[in-house]
Design a binder for this molecule. Structure first.
Ligand code: HAM
Length: 422
C-alpha cells in the first residue's frame, strides 16, 4: 500500500460537525450585510502576482514572505490571493463599476498566506470581506463600524474592543515616515533584528513590535496623529464625534498601522482578549488612493475583513453556536419490495418537505440494525417499511426523540401525520 498523503501544513479541512457552526455564522453575517445594502461579489482565488505587489506593497511581510506564487504554463507569475481587496478593485476597474457610482460589495472565501501556523493563524484561512466605493466622508467609516458591531451583537459575542487610528494622506504619511525613521535611527543600537530590517523600508511596522524591550522606545516615538494633514484630521475628528454621539466605545491606538501598505486616513481593528495572541478578529480602513494607483478613476474607498476562523472560535467560546438542525426523517426498509418502495417514499417526502433531511437506510440490514443507524443519524422520526406494511399499504411511524409509541398509519395519511410531528 502506498504512503498516506498528508494535508498541507496550516490548511485544515473543516469537518461536517464544524461546518454547521460556519454556516450559522455566515448566515448571520450575510443577513447583516444585506441589511446594510451590500451586494455579493465573487472574484478569483488566483491573480497576477503584480496585483498584490502593487497594492499590499513589496515591503510588507505578506508580499515579501508569505505569498503562494507560481509560474503558470504561459510563464506568468500568479499568486493565490492573500486577501480579497486587491482582486475586488481589479475586477471593479476591469468592469468599470466604480465610475460615477457608489458600490457596497461583500465577499467570502479562502485566503492564503505562508505564515507560521498556530491557533488562530493558518495558511489557508477564510475572510468575510466588505468594501464600499465612492463614499468620501467619515459617515461610511462610521456605518462600517456599526455594521461589524451588529454582527458581533447578532452572534451574542462578549464585547470586542474597537481600536482606531488615522494614517492621514499619502503625503502626510511620507513626512511622518521620515520623522519616524530619524527617530529610530537615533535609537538604532537599541533595536532588534526585525526592527532594523524594517527601519529603511517600512518603519511604521516597527510600531507593531511586541518585543518588550522596545516598548519604551516605541511609546516615545512620534505619533501619526500629530502629523495629519488638515483634511484627514477633520475626517478623523468627525468620525470620533459620531462614535461618541452614539456611545460606541473605542480606543485611539496611535500604534495601529496595519500590515498592508494601501491604507490612508481611518484604520480600525476589532480585537478580543479571548483568543490569546491572535487577538484581531476584524481589520480594515480607508484606501482612498488605491483605485487610481491601479489605473482606475480616483475613487474613495473603505473596507475591512473578518477572520472567520477567529470569529467562529469566539462563537464557540460564548457557547451558542448551535443552529437548530432541520428535522430528520429516517426510512427503515426491510424486504425486497420495501427496498424498492423506500425510494418512492423518500422522493415523495423530499417533494413535500424541502427543508427536512430525509435519509433512507442503505447497506441493508435487519430492523434492529437499521433502527440503530436511524438513532445514530439523529433522526427525529423513523418510518418503517416491511413486507407487512407494503401489502397493507401502510407505514410504521416511530418517534425517535420523544416518548411516543410506534403507530401504523395508512400510507395516504402519512403526510398529515408527519405534519402533526413538525
Ligand atoms: P488583514 O488584517 O490582513 O486585512 O486580515 C483581516 C483579518 O483576517 C485579520 O484580522 C484576521 O482576523 C484574519 N486573518 C489574517 N491572516 C490570518 C491567518 N493567517 N489565519 C487566520 N486568520 C487570519 C486584510 O486582509 C484586508 N484586506 C482587510 C481590508 C479589506 N482592508 C480594506 N478592505
Amino acid at each position: 500500500m502506498s504512503d498516506q498523503i498528508k494535508s498541507v501544513r496550516g490548511m485544515p479541512a473543516i469537518l461536517p460537525g464544524e461546518v454547521k457552526k460556519w454556516q450559522f455564522v455566515e448566515a448571520v453575517a450575510k443577513n447583516v450585510l444585506h441589511a446594510y445594502s451590500y451586494n455579493e461579489i465573487r472574484t478569483p482565488v488566483v491573480e497576477r502576482s503584480e496585483l498584490f505587489q502593487r497594492t499590499i506593497g513589496e515591503n510588507t511581510d505578506i508580499v515579501a514572505k508569505e505569498m503562494y506564487t507560481f509560474i503558470d504554463r504561459n510563464d506568468q507569475s500568479l499568486s493565490l490571493r492573500p486577501e480579497a481587496t486587491a482582486g475586488i478593485i481589479r475586477a471593479g476597474i476591469d468592469q468599470g463599476f466604480f465610475y460615477n457610482q457608489t458600490q457596497k460589495l461583500w465577499s467570502i472565501g479562502p485566503m492564503y498566506r505562508y505564515e507560521r501556523p498556530q491557533k488562530g493563524r493558518y495558511r489557508q484561512f477564510h475572510q468575510i470581506n466588505m468594501e464600499a466605493f465612492g463614499f468620501p466622508g467619515p459617515d461610511i467609516d462610521f456605518e462600517m463600524i456599526l455594521l461589524t458591531g451588529r454582527i458581533w451583537k447578532a452572534l451574542n459575542l462578549s464585547p470586542l474592543q474597537l481600536e482606531l487610528n488615522s494614517l492621514g494622506s499619502p503625503e502626510s504619511r511620507k513626512e511622518y515616515k521620515r520623522q519616524l525613521q530619524d527617530y529610530f535611527h537615533d535609537h538604532q543600537k537599541e533595536l532588534d533584528e526585525d526592527s532594523l530590517r524594517r527601519l529603511d523600508r517600512n518603519p511604521l511596522r516597527i510600531l507593531d513590535s511586541k518585543n518588550p524591550d522596545l516598548q519604551e522606545i516605541i511609546e516615545s516615538a512620534p505619533k501619526m496623529v500629530d502629523f495629519l494633514d488638515q483634511e484627514s484630521n477633520e475626517h478623523f475628528e468627525e468620525l470620533m464625534a459620531m462614535l461618541q454621539d452614539h456611545a460606541i466605545e473605542y480606543s485611539l491606538n496611535t500604534r495601529l498601522v496595519r500590515g498592508l501598505d494601501y491604507y490612508t486616513r481611518t484604520v480600525f481593528e476589532w480585537t478580543t482578549d479571548q483568543l490569546g495572541a491572535q487577538a484581531t478578529v476584524c481589520g480594515g480602513g480607508r484606501y482612498d488612493a488605491l483605485v487610481a494607483e491601479l489605473g482606475g478613476k480616483p475613487t474613495s474607498a473603505i473596507g475591512c475583513a473578518i477572520g472567520l476562523e477567529r470569529l467562529i472560535e469566539l462563537v464557540d467560546v460564548s457557547g451558542q453556536n448551535e443552529q437548530n438542525n432541520p428535522s430528520k426523517i429516517y426510512i427503515v426498509a426491510v424486504g425486497s419490495k420495501a427496498e424498492g418502495e423506500r425510494f418512492l417514499l423518500a422522493e415523495e417526502l423530499r417533494d413535500a418537505y424541502p427543508n427536512l433531511s430525509i435519509e433512507m437506510n442503505l447497506n441493508g440490514g435487519h430492523f434492529k440494525q437499521q433502527f440503530k443507524r436511524a438513532d445514530k443519524a439523529g433522526a427525529d422520526i423513523a418510518l418503517i417499511l416491511g413486507d407487512d406494511e407494503i401489502s397493507k399499504q401502510t407505514v410504521g411511524v416511530k418517534p425517535m426523540r420523544s416518548e411516543g409509541h410506534q403507530e401504523t398509519v395508512d400510507r395516504k395519511e402519512l403526510l398529515s401525520i408527519i405534519d402533526q410531528f413538525l
